[in-house]
Design a protein around this ligand. Structure first.
Ligand SMILES: Cc1cc2nc3c(=O)[nH]c(=O)nc-3n(C[C@H](O)[C@H](O)[C@H](O)COP(=O)(O)O)c2cc1C
Length: 227
């Protein structure tokens, strides 16, 4: 762990080394380090500088209460996300999605037809992969996709800031599938819709899921240089 945001690794090193971590040690991140990460992310750009992210960062008993509420909701009820999930993933997005799932399940040793194993793997989302901290991210329901872009800019700032300080993360849309459970524990006002959560902590390298590595398309698939 690195305490200071001075003299950290280069931006490109941080960008290349960040990945989603799905297994954490119980040790908490010092509050000062969490504050450094979220203070730095305040610098994220947003349309007209509206800064729409509203965030609850848990630790200790609050993390346990939130995870308990999410696990109960996930085992007893149907998902009711504040913002609908994509109804389908046409190609080529479907292929990327399948490959991402395959990489994760293969790292965990869960076979394609192992329904119980897959269900167990899915439920780990609601435990935030045993992370000691969850950052629950909400936004005013009156905003549309442009404010979601602002949130995306902020999210990557948090993920990279954490990485620079040796703190592992996993962004999790799944943590927003039972928003009423989170609302009740954290007191998130009704006018805010829950968008996602972020698992945060120190990586447990012994967890099989952490062997998962994803790939990216060649640049030409996404970017064209014209003229
Ligand atoms: C908005 C968003 C939501 C995500 N939700 C989940 C999630 O619910 N569960 C999960 O395990 N990973 C989730 N991820 C992580 C992605 O699966 C991951 O970023 C992607 O596969 C690329 O892998 P990498 O982050 O290791 O580079 C999410 C990522 C983003 C940006």
């Amino acid at each position: 762990m690195r305490d200071s945001i001075e003299a950290g690794p280069s931006f490109f090193t941080v960008l290349a080394s960040r990945r989603s971590v799905r297994g954490y040690l119980p040790e908490e991140v010092p509050l000062q380090t969490l504050e450094s990460i979220f203070s730095a992310a305040q610098q994220a750009p947003s349309w007209c500088n509206i800064q729409p992210w509203r965030v609850w960062v848990t630790r200790g008993a609050q993390t346990r209460a939130l995870v308990d509420a999410l696990m109960t909701a996930a085992t007893t009820g149907a998902p009711t996300p504040d913002f609908p999930w994509p109804p389908e993933y046409p190609e080529p997005y479907g292929k990327h999605r399948r490959e991402c799932g395959a990489a994760l399940y293969s790292a965990m040793g869960v076979a394609r037809d192992d329904r119980a194993g897959r269900q167990e793997a899915w439920m780990r989302n609601f435990r935030a992969f045993d992370a000691p901290h969850l950052a629950m991210v909400a936004i005013d329901r009156r905003f549309n996709h442009y404010a979601m872009l602002d949130l995306g800019c902020w999210l990557q700032s948090v993920l990279l800031g954490a990485q620079a300080l040796g703190v592992a993360t996993c962004p999790e849309a799944s943590l927003a599938t039972f928003p009423d459970a989170a609302r009740a524990v954290l007191g998130i006002p009704d006018e805010l819709g829950l968008v996602m959560g972020i698992a945060m902590g120190y990586e447990d390298p012994s967890v099989a899921a952490n062997r998962c590595r994803t790939t990216r398309s060649a640049l030409e698939a996404n970017v064209r240089f014209v003229g």
